[in-house]
Design a binder for this molecule. Structure first.
Ligand code: B4P
Length: 185
């Protein structure tokens, strides 16, 4: 199974992603996690990424596509993969499609976690990660609307979009995700 988990910052991609990995045995590829690990390790990429993440901006498509390519190639042999927080721009989505085509693969589904603006704002203010200051959060939500929300139309046009209501108890939301993924798995 090859899927994308799409949604605003704080929509619960990381939270639901863990449950998807546990049930379906797919590899979890989170570009945000990879970047945070690079920051923690103090690599050159981490140093470059930190200031961008702290400002609520997106790391360049070139860097992200290189990270994704490496992870996707190594996840290729197992039960498939779940992309969490990638793609986030149209250029990334197109890059992903051509990367998969080269490998003779395509996506099975794109799960969209739908959560309204006030709810994600409250969740992120409560989370207190390094890039969760009020100013950074507003910027990230603005960037999501401008650069990532257009992917909803992109994947709807491909017939792959599976919208899921992302508000409620974590297990309740997961049951909604299972209802759309079980037929694909
Ligand atoms: P990410 O790591 O992808 O993080 P996120 O979008 O902020 O969070 P997520 O949706 O995973 O929410 P979570 O489950 O944690 O990105 C971080 C940064 O990395 C980006 O801003 C960007 O700079 C960079 N980056 C990453 N990928 C990139 C890409 N492809 N291109 C360019 N740049 C990239 O949930 C949030 C909170 O809500 C948690 O505290 C959780 O406990 C809570 N929560 C979850 N479910 C809930 C529920 N049902 N009810 C109440 N609370 C809930």
């Amino acid at each position: 199974m090859r899927i994308v988990l799409l949604g605003a910052p704080g929509s619960g991609k990381g939270t639901q992603g863990e449950k998807i990995v546990e049930k379906y045995g797919v590899a979890h590829i989170s570009t945000g996690e990879v970047l945070r690990a690079e920051v923690a390790a103090g690599t050159e990429l981490g140093r470059k990424a930190k200031s961008i993440m702290d400002a609520g901006e997106l790391v360049s498509d070139e860097i992200i596509l290189a990270i994704a390519k490496e992870r996707i190639s190594s996840a290729n042999k197992g039960k498939g993969f779940m992309l969490d927080g990638f793609p986030r721009t149209l250029a990334q989505a197109e890059g992903l499609d051509s990367m998969l085509a080269e490998l003779g693969m395509s996506l099975d589904a794109v799960v969209l976690l739908q959560v309204d603006h006030d709810e994600v704002l409250n969740r992120l203010l409560a989370r207190k990660r390094a890039d969760d200051s009020e100013e950074t959060i507003s910027k990230r939500l603005e960037v999501y609307e401008a650069q990532t929300a257009p992917l909803i139309i992109y994947y709807r046009n491909q017939g792959k979009l599976r919208p899921v209501e992302g508000v409620g108890a974590v297990d309740e939301i997961f049951a909604r995700i299972e209802a759309v993924l079980d037929p694909v798995a």
